[in-house]
Design a protein around this ligand. Structure first.
Ligand SMILES: Cc1ncc(COP(=O)(O)O)c(C=O)c1O
Length: 484
């Protein structure tokens, strides 16, 4: 594995930059010469000489034969898969590619209803029929769990026509599924397993972390190398490790979805993130995990904040990536959004995201104990300084049954639509996705029949002035529906 010390794309770009080549190629800033001076004085000049275009020396992302090919081969070797593709539009691109590469229009796919929004893009662009399975709510922890392996088995029994299963593991909270079991369930029936592992590019590199999708046997898996490892934003990887999917089709689909002007700095950062993870990952992640454990312990010693542990999640049949800290704030009397705001504005601590119940602090290769101390100190001070009011918020999923009567793609691209008052929408087919937060699970998806209970539920949201993601007007008094 001596080869893993190399970073072929980075090394090529570096040697190109050192030659100070006269640029008659895009981009127009010409090695940074015409970049805005304020930006340049902030960033330094050198970085712009990495911003090149496709030419033989630096290789092409679409048809790699040189350093990009070598870098992708090293990536595949590091993860133990057949092939890896560098992506410059994040795991969002990878999720869409997985649907389009693994499925034909009209195929059906089992998918958890609580998935990232790019999954809906994948469903629409690939033309598959989604078979939704409902996630579960944990009202003690105030988080959502994806379906268990047993529930996926039930779905496979019930829908033997499904061509593939699409799962998200880890979730935003770091909760992972029993992927070995799920891969076994899928492959024993000839079904494809697709995994959104956007939050798990590091799992492979420390033995104490939960099992990764590549180890468990996913056919395709996407990882945001930029989320936890050290790649720059937009840098992701799609891993191919399948006997069920045509490799050439994956290659063509990835190319179809990729810009012809990728940012080589992003590509080089993916190359280097792989090298770092392979060479130093175990040691670096050990420190990150220790800092996270320390933070979790400290937070749980505070009076009003709690942070669930890996043991607890394991007792529920899942596993936890301990580098993610989900901090429950309900005892403060403030929402997670309010605590996020206070942390950012008063303490210069920016968490990754928040919901009503929690703030989620994501650690990465660059995190250290001093960051954790800053977070813990801020939370301690917030506890003393602020008095919220006891709230009665409860995380729940409305028990609404849904019926998919048109393919989302047909609704999105072909169907004529109109707006009708919510009160008159019953019986129509929805032409929009509507997702109330919490719990962040869509109530309606394009192609689903609007039932009386869904209309009543949305009317209640509208009466309470609760904004629903996907509503296209200021108030939720009308719905976009298919004209039949
Ligand atoms: C579970 C999940 N999947 C996919 C994505 C999309 O990843 P990216 O931002 O790399 O496009 C995200 C982004 O937050 C995510 O949380």
């Amino acid at each position: 594995m001596k080869k893993q010390i190399k970073a072929p794309l980075f090394e090529t770009l570096l040697s190109h930059a050192k030659r100070d080549v006269v640029s008659f190629h895009t981009p127009g800033h010409k090695n940074g010469r015409s970049i805005d001076s304020k930006l340049k004085s902030f960033t330094g000049e050198d970085v712009y000489s990495f911003d090149v275009t496709v030419f033989p020396e630096v290789d092409s992302l679409h048809d790699p034969t040189g350093p990009i090919k070598k870098a992708q081969e090293l990536m595949a070797q590091a993860y133990g898969v057949k092939n890896s593709f560098f992506l410059v539009n994040g795991s969002s691109q990878g999720n869409i590619a997985m649907f389009m590469a693994a499925c034909d229009p009209g195929d059906s796919v089992i998918i958890s209803r609580s998935s990232h929004k790019s999954i809906m893009s994948g469903v629409i662009l690939s033309g598959v029929w989604p078979i939704w399975i409902q996630p579960k709510i944990d009202q003690n922890l105030d988080i959502i769990f994806n379906s268990s392996a047993d529930e996926i088995k039930d779905a496979l029994d019930k829908f033997p026509e499904a061509k593939a299963v699409f799962v998200t593991s880890p979730t935003y909270n770091g909760v992972t599924m029993d992927l070995f079991k799920i891969a076994e369930l899928c492959h024993s029936r000839g079904k494809i397993l697709l995994v959104d592992e956007a939050h798990g590019p590091h799992l492979k590199f420390h033995q104490d972390l939960p099992v990764s999708a590549v180890e468990a046997g996913a056919d395709l898996c996407v990882q945001s190398t930029h989320k936890i490892l050290s790649a720059m934003s937009q840098g992701s990887v799609l891993h191919f490790n399948s006997d069920l999917i045509d490799f050439n089709r994956v290659r063509k689909i990835v190319s179809l979805l990729q810009t012809t002007s990728p940012n080589y700095l992003v590509l080089a950062s993916i190359d280097l993130a792989r090298r770092q993870a392979f060479v130093q990952g175990e040691a670096m992640l050990e420190k990150v995990m220790q800092a996270a454990d320390y933070g979790r312990k400290k937070i749980n010693q505070l009076g009003k904040f709690t942070c669930f542990t890996r043991q607890h999640i394991m007792s529920l049949g899942y596993d936890l990536d301990p580098t993610k800290l989900t901090i429950n704030v309900t005892r403060t009397g403030f929402s997670g959004y309010q605590i996020e705001d206070i942390l950012a504005k008063e303490y210069n601590v920016q968490v990754d995201c928040a919901d009503i119940f929690n703030v989620i602090a994501i650690m990465g290769m660059g995190s250290d104990k001093s960051d954790v101390n800053a977070l813990v100190d801020a939370l301690e001070e917030i506890e003393d300084k602020y008095q919220g009011q006891q709230q009665n918020w409860i995380l729940q999923i409305p028990s609404l049954s849904t019926e998919m009567v048109m393919m989302p793609r047909d609704v999105y691209f072909a169907a004529k639509t109109k707006r009708v008052p919510l009160s008159k929408a019953v019986g129509y087919i929805s032409a929009q996705t509507l997702t109330p937060y919490p719990p962040g699970i869509p109530v309606l998806i394009p192609g689903e029949r609007i039932t009386k209970e869904i209309s009543d539920y949305l009317t209640d949201m509208s009466a309470k002035d609760i904004r629903v993601s996907g509503q296209e007007t200021e108030t939720l008094r009308t719905l976009k529906v298919v004209v039949t």
